[in-house]
Design a protein around this ligand. Structure first.
Ligand code: NAP
Length: 415
């Protein structure tokens, strides 16, 4: 159950038929895309690896901090910034000090050592390579019942299978007071870890937030007001994996990737107008910094973009992620949604959105360009990082540089 410091620990490995992960010091295959997938899944984490694996890579991997295990007190990694640990406990406490999630990156000895510590490893992220290769290094045998599959992502030439410790699902079952089945990790959203499950005849969504995060209490407060298109609050609680909020699962999914922004804009506007019909009187007041004047104070979602709506074709059928909701200026959500449509590729869609919003709400908003400017200034320092969120809704074409360029052009157009 995580490190003593509360960080999640995942074993991340690529495994060929019969559990083969290596041959001598080498990995005996080259499968295009597989290493990129390892990089994507481990970026920003702390890698724990054995001395032999480190030696075969020969350098620390970029974007991750490396901790090498060796019992040899005289061994040196030969690169700055690489930590050295004499045993697994020491490696884990170094990782706790670094504060990032932990990826156990092999080899066989280190996977085995980590999996042998009761409750340490939370997930196994295994890239299954469907090849018969000769190799003398194997991944430890998996007790499939104790490690339910929560994600299976097919790629050309390999499949990534993510298994969670059953203990995490047991904790969820205890909270919702009955066994849960069919767990599926949902993508999108970098703040919370989101799992869909079935309990009896209802579909639920559980979202875990980082330990100590106040998001659960904030979201609970707004969901208890039953805003339109929102999921229904079920229960919340504390688990070793952080605070968790359980709601009903709404139908619908990501916006259809082939839908033009102009097609999404009216549905987004009508959903937002319905939401803004509520005054949000019991919620905390918006703390938006340097905000322009507003014509209307309403229940504000706080992160109203196409990926926080659930879609059935071109229809918006749900709104999720209410952690930023507050009582505040309607223009805040309007500007945020317009900016999303611009990033999706269409300033015309932003115009359609405003027109549809004003028609549906019956309200003419104040200084929209000033609010667009406000939104752009908030987005500028972070927009490159939103590529992950857009990839999560099936838009990998919206890379960091594309988003930066689109925002820059929009900013220029505002004068
Ligand atoms: N397919 C994959 O995803 C993947 C991933 C990683 C590695 N690999 C492959 O796996 C193979 C290497 O695996 P391996 O099992 O032979 O070696 P390894 O686990 O990478 O390294 C073993 C060394 O790590 C140190 N070590 C291991 N456990 C330790 C502990 N509990 N405390 C302190 N030190 C510890 C020891 O170093 P000292 O001897 O210096 O004390 C030990 O000799 C290679 O073929 C590599 O290519 C494959």
């Amino acid at each position: 159950m995580t490190t003593p410091g509360g960080l999640t620990v995942s074993c991340v490995a690529a495994v060929a038929r019969h559990g083969v992960i290596g041959n001598g010091p080498d990995i005996p295959w080259r499968v295009p895309g597989e290493q990129a997938e390892f990089k994507r899944r481990t970026l920003g984490t702390t890698l724990l690896m054995g001395r032999a694996t480190y030696a075969s890579i020969g350098r620390p991997l970029p974007g991750r901090t490396t901790v090498v295990l060796t019992r040899d007190p005289g061994w040196s990694p030969g690169h700055d910034g690489v930590h050295v640990a004499r045993d697994l406990d020491a490696a884990v406490s170094i990782a706790d000090g670094l504060g990032a999630p932990v990826s156990v990156a092999g080899g066989a000895q280190v996977y085995a050592a980590a999996l042998a510590v009761p409750g340490l490893v939370d997930a196994q992220v295994l890239t299954e390579i469907p090849l018969e290769v000769h190799g003398d290094v194997r991944y430890p045998a998996i007790d499939e019942a104790a490690w339910p599959v929560v994600e299976r992502a097919e790629h050309e030439g390999f499949t990534v299978v993510v298994r969670w410790t059953g203990a995490r699902l047991d904790a969820l079952a205890a909270l919702v007071d009955g066994p849960v089945a069919a767990p599926v990790l949902l993508r999108g959203g970098t703040h919370a870890t989101t799992l869909a499950v079935r309990q009896g005849d209802r579909d639920l969504v559980a979202r875990w937030f980082p330990p100590g995060d106040e998001a659960v209490a904030r979201e609970r407060a707004v969901l208890e007001m039953a805003p339109p298109l929102a999921p229904v609050y079920v229960i919340d609680g504390t688990t070793p994996w952080g605070p968790v909020l359980v709601t009903t699962r709404l139908a619908g999914g990501a916006p259809p990737p082939d839908a033009a922004p102009e097609e999404l804009a009216p549905a987004m506007a009508e959903a937002l107008a319905a939401l803004h019909a509520r005054d949000g009187a019991d919620l905390p007041v918006s703390s938006a910094v340097a905000a322009p004047p507003s014509a209307r104070s309403v229940l504000v979602h706080g992160d109203f973009w196409s990926g926080n709506l659930l879609w059935d074709g071109r229809r918006a059928v749900g709104v999720v992620d209410w952690t930023g909701a507050c009582r505040g200026p309607a223009e805040l959500d309007v500007a945020w949604a317009r900016q999303d449509l611009v990033l999706l590729g269409s300033t015309e869609a932003a115009r359609i959105f405003l027109e549809a919003y004003e028609r549906a709400s019956g309200v003419r908003l104040g200084d929209v360009p000033a609010w667009d400017r406000w939104a752009v200034d908030r987005a500028a320092p972070q927009v490159a990082g939103w590529a992950t969120n857009y990839a999560g809704i099936g838009r990998p074409d919206l890379t960091g540089p594309v988003l930066v360029e689109r925002l820059r052009r929009f900013s220029d157009s505002l004068g």
